[in-house]
Ligand binder design. Structure first.
Ligand SMILES: *Cc1c(COP(=O)(O)O)cnc(C)c1O
Length: 424
């Protein structure tokens, strides 16, 4: 296959023919996409706006300041650092600011879906910071608060991380913050998955619950370009973060992200609450539909989920690996996932799959559409109908969802919206 054919095939398949349920992905709006393709992708701007090491950045500086201002308005926080090129780099920066090699951190349980960057296998390990996991309470599908507080008092960690990649219910930020602050520990809350829900006011903002600093990516429920961000109300912390990110973890920060991030922030100001609301409703409806189609959806006792995400135990259907492959053959894209009772070495064939509603919601899908997706899954995985038949139905279904909703139409006067947003 010629290169261009490969790329075209990818675009056609993933953009127009698949139901994408990967919980960590999304698509930008047409306006944000057009703002992504600019000459800024070719330029360098080491340092901070107004204090660059390179010439030629006067317009980049304006955009970068605008991004910080828009995000700090949207999130109602004082300081935003938009330079991390990914969520992992945001974490690396904050972890390095708060801990030296040999220090100890307390992290959200890996069983509860803590991200690899919070562990010794990822960024924390690379920084030489030791970690202990807070215990997980399967009755409430969350951190066991009492045991976690006891660990904080005994261990006196340098910092505690909250937030996760399997994130059905908000972590108990206030309780953990109170205990951590008593022993002088900082609390970092990683909201990579739920940033869009926070902006849309369907998930608590950890900074307003006392967390010292938040890290995030900008491309999951928040439908911006791939990248990262850090925000805080603590001026000293913000200054340290700015000194550490450059030159320790980035030199250039992929400038073409910035205009697209600004457009997404403005669109989320206008459409974010409706979007987040529908994402969460859809996740709940999807879980209920799957459950009534006979699937074992986790956390039924807690109402399945409060986020964009649901987790299904597919042990009886052959395990996460087999099921994810079968769904892919029918153009339904999901990822296999460890469940809280899986041993860590089950990563190759864990017992679960993780599903997110944010991308199909962005294309306008509502509760009844997710009911239909649940039916496709039943016909394929339970009734064992022919995969070609299901794939055909999936493609037909998907052809109704080709326009990104919760976004401005191309041609919208963006400058007017920017002005309106900044004078809020
Ligand atoms: C996705 C994710 C990240 C990493 O973000 P990248 O931009 O992929 O580096 C960090 N933390 C959590 C909790 C995540 O889910």
């Amino acid at each position: 296959m010629k290169l261009i054919e490969v790329v075209k095939s990818h675009n056609r398949w993933r953009r127009f023919e698949c139901i994408n349920l990967i919980a960590s992905e999304n698509v930008m709006s047409p306006l944000a996409e057009s703002a992504y393709l600019t000459d800024m992708m070719h330029r360098y701007a080491e340092g901070r706006p107004g204090k660059r090491y390179y010439q030629g950045t006067k317009f980049v500086d304006i955009v970068e300041l605008m991004v910080s201002e828009l995000l700090s308005t949207l999130l109602n926080v004082n300081f935003v650092e938009p330079r991390p090129v990914s969520g992992t780099i945001a974490n690396a920066t904050v972890f390095r600011v708060l801990g030296d090699p040999g220090d100890r951190a307390l992290i959200a349980p890996v069983q509860a879906g803590a991200h690899v960057s919070h562990t010794k296998f990822g960024t924390l390990g690379a920084l030489g910071i030791e970690h202990v996991e807070m215990p997980f309470d399967r009755d409430v599908w969350n951190i066991d608060v009492d045991k976690a507080k006891k660990m904080i008092y005994e261990m006196k960690p340098k910092f505690v991380t909250l937030g996760a990649s399997v994130y059905l219910f908000p972590h108990p930020t206030k309780d953990i913050v109170d205990a951590a602050h008593e022993v002088g520990a900082f609390v970092v809350h990683d909201v990579a998955h739920v940033l869009g829900l926070i902006v849309g006011k369907r998930w608590p903002n950890p900074i307003h619950e006392g967390a010292d600093v938040c890290t995030s990516s900008t491309h999951k429920t928040f439908p911006g370009p791939q990248g990262g961000v850090i925000f805080t109300n603590d001026n000293e912390l913000y200054k340290s973060i700015s000194r550490v990110i450059f030159p320790w973890f980035i030199s250039n920060h992929h400038l073409h992200r910035l205009p697209a991030l600004a457009v997404t922030a403005i669109e989320m100001k206008y459409f974010g609450e409706d979007y987040a609301d529908q994402i969460v409703r859809n996740a709940k409806a999807f879980a209920e539909s799957l459950s009534s189609e006979g699937f074992e959806v986790l956390a039924e006792n807690m109402g399945f989920t409060k986020s964009h995400m649901i987790v299904v135990d597919v042990t009886k259907l052959g395990g996460g690996s087999k099921v994810a492959d079968e769904l892919e053959s029918a153009n339904i894209i999901v990822n296999k996932n460890l469940l809280p009772w899986d041993p860590p070495d089950a990563v190759k064939n864990p017992s679960g799959i993780r599903l997110g509603t944010q991308e199909m919601t962005r294309y306008g899908a509502v509760e009844s559409d997710f009911k239909e997706i649940a039916r496709f899954m039943r016909e394929l995985l339970v009734e064992r109908k022919d995969v070609r038949e299901i794939r055909k139905k999936v493609m037909e279904f998907r052809s109704n969802f080709n326009e990104v909703k919760y976004a401005f139409k191309v041609g919208h006067d963006l400058m007017e919206s920017i002005k309106a947003s900044l004078t809020l």
